[in-house]
Write a protein that binds this ligand. Structure first.
Ligand code: ADP
Ligand code: MG
Length: 383
């Protein structure tokens, strides 16, 4: 690859991270979610390199290079490479137009913290190659192939939400997405005197992938039990509370709790969408607290650090809602907070958190923003 200062990209792609206001772990259960793309992103610089097969990808964040021969793609033992390789494989499965390219990746997203740097990485790469070689894939195909890449090459049994939000996000809009039909509504978010504050625990208890997959299996186990009575059911989406109660005695208590959480959470997301449409941020925020309670006690994927941050906020009237976000066992909380209190609150909670855990947190505001997009550079700009 050319030295950095000689790198004249043909295309620059911005691929955002995402937040999810509510709908924790409902996506891989075919449920409802309420995400938005955010104003923090991964930037990709792309150019064709004239070869048929050789792709050079640099991650500036990791200061690492990956050289891929398109004729010989296989999974790697190096974690981040599998996101790249997985996407390339999916693209090759769908098109014969992909050729060699160079790509530089630089990210302003915290990695592994629940803001979905992984989906931003997959979707930005897929989007850029789609543009560069005119593969004519739709936005939906880009989201789906990115999800497939993460499932097959990384091994996460993830749903479609992260990729969907990263690709389809719009400025000041929240997506109310049905992960079963993939239909979505864009709901305007009028934050007025409020802001969305992300607080990163800066802990990762390293259980995420295994527990993530375990939860997915527990939900599937619940569906299997329910199917014995209701054989048309194929996911928890088709299950009501009364159906679950009918079969409660035939399932492990833990499986019952997981299913109960998902069914209740789907109801909360639908309510939250209504509150958002009516601009009732107070009731909307209350649902975030309820969601956290469910994730903590029923779905059991929280941790002390996340619980501390959410509990701390409960005493503050100027915080309307707070919950853990993402895979669990660390990462970030999402908070809706009155704008005049943001700075003092960050100071206060940072100090309290450090006193408790001897760890420094990070806190920053985000805003619902545009999904993956690109700029074509003109010849003049290139030179
Ligand atoms: P999240 O999506 O919440 O950030 P994940 O564990 O799903 O957390 O994805 C994080 C992984 O994505 C990283 O471990 C790394 O493999 C990959 N990744 C994300 N951003 C980058 C980047 N800028 N460079 C290289 N790899 C990245
Ligand atoms: Mg991820």
């Amino acid at each position: 690859m050319n030295k950095e200062n000689n790198f004249n990209p043909e295309i620059i792609v911005d691929s955002p991270g995402r937040i999810n206001f509510i709908g924790g772990h409902t996506d891989y259960n075919n449920g409802f979610v309420l995400p938005a793309a955010i104003d923090k992103k991964i930037k990709f610089e792309f150019k064709k390199n004239g070869t048929t097969n050789i792709c050079n990808v640099q991650s500036k964040n990791y200061n690492k290079f990956l050289v891929v021969d398109l004729a010989k793609i296989k999974p790697s033992t190096e974690g981040w490479e599998n996101y790249i390789l997985g996407v390339l494989q999916q693209l090759l499965d769908r098109s014969d137009r992909v050729r060699g390219f160079d790509c530089i990746i630089s990210s302003e997203l915290p990695i592994g913290s629940g803001l979905s740097s992984s989906a931003a990485l997959e979707c930005g790469l897929a989007y850029g190659i789609n543009q560069l070689f005119d593969l004519r894939l739709s936005k939906l195909e880009i989201a789906q192939l990115s999800r497939d890449a993460e499932q097959e090459y990384v091994g996460t049994k993830c749903g479609i939400m992260d990729q969907y939000a990263s690709v389809f996000g719009e400025e000041n809009m929240v997506l109310f997405l049905d992960c079963l039909s993939l239909e979505y509504q864009l709901i305007p978010m009028q934050l007025t005197d409020y802001r969305v504050l992300i607080i990163n625990t800066n802990v990762e208890h390293n259980l995420s992938t295994s527990h993530y997959n375990k939860r997915s299996e527990e939900c599937e186990e619940g569906v299997e039990v329910i199917r014995e009575k209701y054989n048309s059911v194929s996911s928890l989406r088709g299950v009501t509370l009364s159906m679950l109660e009918e079969v409660k005695e035939f399932m492990l208590p833990i499986v019952y709790q997981r299913c109960l959480y998902i069914i209740q959470e789907n109801e909360r997301v639908q309510k939250a969408a209504e509150y958002l449409k009516n601009n009732n941020l107070k009731s909307f925020g209350e649902l975030l607290y309820q969601c956290h309670k469910g994730l903590r006690y029923q779905y059991e994927i929280s941790c002390n650090e996340l619980d501390f941050l959410v509990d701390f906020s409960k005493e503050k009237d100027f915080v309307l809602g707070s919950r853990m976000m993402g895979g669990g066992f660390g990462g970030c909380t999402i908070n809706i907070i009155q704008k005049d209190f943001v700075e003092t609150y960050i100071k206060e909670i940072s100090q309290a958190y450090e006193d408790e855990f001897n760890i420094k947190l990070d806190a920053f505001q985000v805003a619902p923003s545009k999904g993956t997009n690109h700029q074509l550079l003109t010849i003049q700009e290139n030179r």
